[in-house]
Structure formats: structure tokens, C-alpha cells
Design a protein around this ligand. Sequence first.
Ligand code: DGL
Length: 262
Amino acid sequence: MDKRPIGVFDSGLCGISVLNHLTELLPSEEFIYIADSAWCPYGTKPYKDIQMRSKKIVEFLLSKSVKLIVVACNTATAAAIELLRNNYEIPFVGMEPAIKPAALLTKTNTVGVLATKNTFEGSLFKETSTKYAKNVNTIIRVGEGLVEIVEENQIESSEAYDLIRKYTKPMCEANADYIVLGCTHYPFLTKVIEKVAPKLKVIDPALPVAKRAQQLLKSYDLCTDSSIKKPVQLYTTGLDKVLSDFASKHIEVEWVSNYIDF
Ligand code: DGL
């Protein structure tokens, strides 16, 4: 039994889509979440910068004695998970576009995938697509501009609708029936996707990622036996107010927010 906290991080605010599933599945665990908003977006940055930021975040989390880290960011997973696993002893859970369930579920043999440029360029996406979706027509689109829209809380803006229309159009035209959200920011645009492209069913890997973390805790015997509920510790490298406004809207459990600079 292990009372240490679990670390979670993303380039910005939206790993909160994963954090919410984690707090629901693991209500007795303590969580520390880092939003690297000062360096967001990661999707267009060189891999070496994302690796450098990921290492800094992991070291900060280790200084807080975390027992497991969830990389709640497809882009950081693509760029840095291998390096993190090679450099640090604790278990990591990463995330990647859920192309496998989409390939199994599609009835039209066509699926759309929306992710960042860096996620598509990673070997993880290439390997998974080759392994599970070799015979599936896959329409991929880089969601340029979407991360900024969500970080700036412009989710209902006309720009959000225009961009989602632009990215989903070729998927709808090719008769895709599923769209895989390969970036933790995009689930916050699900309502827009459902309005603009109602035929596309959304696949978000956040819950399976949280379940994977739960499974790893059990297999490494790292679950807590504490019954004291602690608030989620949120940290941002950006503006504290932006993080707290976002958290007030999207986190249901108790939380406290802090600013960090590294
Ligand atoms: N939310 C992240 C992801 O899942 C990163 C997006 C970005 O910073 O460009 O890919």
C-alpha cells in the first residue's frame, strides 16, 4: 500500500479530460496535475524541446514523491515517453490516438483521426496504424489552431466551428463513421463536432488511459489505503487565473491551484 500521489501532466489545461476520469476511478488517490501552459502548444515544437520540458516536469513531480506519472498528452507521449521510461524508474502511462478501437468499430471501413503534427509524425502513431488499421481508410487531419482555441476558452466561437467544419469535411466526404480525438484538448470540442458532423462518432482515449493507470497501480501494488480525501494539486507554468477559471468549469472534485516557474 502506497499513499504517495500520482502525477499527471499536459502541455496545457486539457490533460484535465484524463484527470477527471482518474479521480472518478481512483477516488482515494492523491493527484498532482501540471499544465505547462507557458510552453503550450507542444504540437508544433521540436521534439527536443518537448523532451526537455517533459524531463523538467517529471523531475518536479518526483520532487513531490509521485509513485506513477500519467502523460496526459498525445504529443508529449509521441516525443518523450521512451526517453522518460529510459531515464526514470517509476511507471509511466502514455496516450496515443485510439486508432485500434476505431478500426474495430468502423462499419464503413473509414475513420478520421484528428491530432497534432507531432503526434502524427511520431513512430508510435505510425506503428499503431500499421498494426491495427492497415486495411482501413484513414483520413488524418492536423488540428491546427484548435489547442489555442480551447486554451483561450473560445470553445463556442465561430472560429471553433469553422475549423472543425474544415477538418471534418474530408472525413465526412469519405464516409467515415468514427473520428478519433488524438489530442487531449479536442474532447472539449466534442459538442462542436457533434453539431457540425453528426455522423462522426467520437472516440476519446481518456477513459482507457485512466483504466490503464488503475491497472498498473494494482499490478505494482501501489494503491493507497488512505481514506482521507485530499484536494487535487494543480500547477501551471502559465497564468494561475486561467487555470483556476478552467478548473472551476471542468473539475468536479476539490482542487487548489498554484503557479510554478521552471
Ligand atoms: N494536449 C496535447 C495532446 O494531447 C498537446 C497539444 C499541444 O500542446 O499542441 O497532444
